[in-house]
Design a protein around this ligand. Structure first.
Ligand code: FES
Length: 99
């Protein structure tokens, strides 16, 4: 697992994009739970930094497909799956397993 950001850098209901080894990772904070997903929509590649988050789903800003923050499945189009990464917190540190 790699430390990629601090919890204090991702406000509640906020997001932060970090670049690790050339890969953009979107961090989202939902009521203190931190999620890490790839910052690229699996549909047509839109960045997801401007996505809305509601009810545990992230809505792509381009066509509105909704992806589960927990496992990346798409509510409307199951053939598209957003890459998600395991997260652990160590104090204020966010550790992510990028595989
Ligand atoms: S590019 Fe994300 S829904 Fe189409």
């Amino acid at each position: 697992m790699d430390t990629i950001a601090k919890v204090s850098e991702v406000p509640n209901f906020g997001k932060k994009v970090v670049t690790i080894s050339g890969k953009e990772i979107l961090l989202a904070n939902v009521k203190g739970t931190i999620y890490a997903v790839e910052n690229e929509c699996p549909h047509q590649g839109s960045p997801l930094g401007a996505a809305f988050i509601k009810d545990g789903y992230l809505s792509c800003p381009r066509h509105g497909y909704r992806f589960s923050l927990a496992d990346g499945h798409c509510a409307e189009h199951p053939e598209f799956v957003l890459a998600t990464f395991p997260v652990q917190l160590d104090g204020d540190e966010i550790l992510v397993d990028l595989g």
